[in-house]
Design a protein around this ligand. Structure first.
Ligand code: NDP
Length: 496
């Protein structure tokens, strides 16, 4: 194992890595890619390779779709709702039992601090348990139609073979957000993790087999964007679920529109976080700090635009900048690190490019700034960066940066801040801090966002719908809304 940070791993995590090159999971079998291709997954704290992973091509996608279809039409049909529920609880228990290993693999592959990776594993377990309760509660309805002597009722049926394409920012959590509702609905799935972070998805596939899911129900294809595209294009796929960039989401949405595949998209954001004049700053400042910098800013719902009432602006900026300067950025497996590196050289360059653009357009970095070195140095570290002197039209104020970069701006009135908060193509999250219940609900109603946080940022629960307005996506993940995305409604109309 080449990477220096990997030396800190437990025996089990190390043994998993040393088992590489890791294979694809198709039809219950661990197999090489049909053309034998592999790729390296990289440790973002050092830039060194961790291990090799199979690179699935179109032929592998075809094999996985065939296996999933066979599972849908065969063994999965025989699994009763209560048995399905039991298998899901078992998988949740296995994830919990292997939590330490999974957290270490996540931290190593993604770069996030180990404690945060541990939080991700707990969230994944919780999510699976929530959906494990659903299989026995998926009900149709009897419809009181007005036609004479007609019995009309509905059945809920699995939507079919699901292609699930997930990103690298919360690799296991994003996978479970998609896998859990699919399994609850009785759908077989093909999961594709991001090329930057394939390890926990591979382990998840192994645990699904160990839990006892029939072969072909959970298939895992590691690969790149072309693997994802081949999954979207495959005529045997009935539903696509995607989390990632708005650009790729638009492409996938357009393809699914043409083929009329079901699709849900969870995309980017440029979420406004508003501190009203009567906010409790002891809550608002640390909350806003974590709201943007947690996960090194690589969260779709990061509070990346800070709008502060003019009366509080100077104090908030000074204190936020102090927090930013004090934060320790280092390898995820170092227990002293508050924040890890960015996930990849590409992401480092993208974020550094945005920081350059902010400086060139005349904004001031009062904390952080252009990272030293480039992505070829050891690790992709970027300090928490806070920009002031930002105009609404600047690139850093409008585009999703997906890194530890916050733009702060003052405002004067509620109406003004609502209009500026909404003046974006995105609408994933928004937040506000106030002690005044009336302003809280008034502003929450005015904000165009799929989730509005009041006096907090980023909390969540599996039962809560999550998704975006406008270019932040289509449909909702989590809660029963996402279960519906994996079910068809069949109406049975019977003349008596
Ligand atoms: P992408 O949108 O390219 O990747 C997300 C997932 O989609 C990955 O699994 C990727 O595979 C896959 N993919 C890429 N291209 C295609 C395609 N044409 N068809 C099907 N699947 C595809 O995000 P990036 O990793 O390139 O990150 C770029 C930017 O996207 C970030 O800077 C950030 O702004 C945004 N982003 C948003 C996320 C969110 O949670 N909303 C998460 C991640 C990124 P692979 O990685 O293997 O190429």
């Amino acid at each position: 194992m080449a990477t220096a940070t990997a030396q800190a791993l437990s025996e089990t995590a190390r043994a998993f890595i040393e088992r590489g090159p890791h294979k694809l999971l198709i039809g219950g079998e661990a197999v090489d890619a049909a053309d034998g291709r592999t790729f390296e997954t990289i440790d973002p704290a050092t830039g060194e390779p961790i291990c090799e992973v199979a690179h699935a091509g179109p032929e592998d996608v075809d094999r996985a779709v065939t296996a999933a279809r066979a599972a849908l039409e065969g063994p999965l049909k025989k699994v009763s709702p209560s048995k399905r529920s039991g298998l899901m609880y078992k998988l949740a228990e296995l994830i919990k039992a292997n939590g330490e290993e999974l957290a270490e693999l996540e931290s190593l592959d993604n770069g996030k601090p180990l404690a945060h990776a541990g939080g991700d594993i707990a969230a994944a377990v919780n999510h699976l348990r929530y959906y494990a309760g659903w299989p026995t509660k998926i009900e149709g309805e009897t419809i009181p139609v007005s036609a004479r002597d007609v019995l009309c009722y509905t059945l809920r049926e699995p939507v079919g073979v699901c292609a699930q394409i997930v990103p690298w920012n919360y690799p296991l959590v994003m996978a479970i957000w998609k896998v859990a509702p699919a399994l609850a609905a009785g759908c077989p799935l093909i999961l594709k993790p991001a090329e930057q972070t394939p390890l926990t998805a591979i382990r998840l596939g192994e645990l699904a087999l160990e839990a006892g899911f029939p072969e072909g129900v959970v298939n895992v294809l590691t690969g790149d964007g072309e693997t994802g595209a081949a999954m979207v294009d495959h005529p045997g796929v009935d539903k696509v679920a995607f989390t990632g960039s708005t650009a790729v989401g638009r492409e996938i949405g357009a393809k699914c529109g043409r083929s009329l595949k079901r699709v849900t998209l969870e995309l980017g954001g440029k979420s406004p976080n508003i501190i009203l004049p009567d906010a409790d700053l002891e809550q608002a400042i640390p909350g806003s700090f974590q709201g943007i910098y947690f996960n090194s800013g690589q969260s779709c719902n990061a509070g990346s635009r800070l709008l502060v009432h003019a009366d509080l602006y100077d104090e908030v900026i000074e204190r936020m900048a102090g927090y930013a300067r004090d934060a320790k950025v280092g390898p995820g497996l170092d227990p002293d690190s508050d924040f890890g590196p960015l996930v990849s050289a590409e992401q480092f360059e993208r974020v550094a490019g945005y920081i350059d653009s902010g400086l060139e357009e005349g904004a001031e970095a009062v904390a952080g700034g252009r990272p030293d070195g480039d992505s070829s140095n050891s690790g992709y570290f970027v300090d928490p960066t806070l920009f002031t002197g930002v105009e609404d039209g600047m690139k850093i104020a409008r585009e999703e940066i997906f890194g530890p970069v916050l733009v702060a701006q003052p405002f004067e009135s509620l109406e003004e801040v609502a209009a500026r908060a909404n003046d974006t193509e995105y609408g994933l999250a928004a937040g506000l801090w106030t002690r005044d219940i009336s302003s809280a609900h008034k502003l929450a109603g005015m904000l165009q966002a799929g989730v509005v946080y009041v006096n907090t940022w980023g909390g969540g629960d599996p039962a809560q719908p999550f998704g975006g307005y406008k270019a932040s996506g289509i449909g909702r993940e989590k809660g029963h809304a996402n279960l519906d995305a994996y079910l068809e409604i069949k109406t049975v109309w019977t003349q008596l």
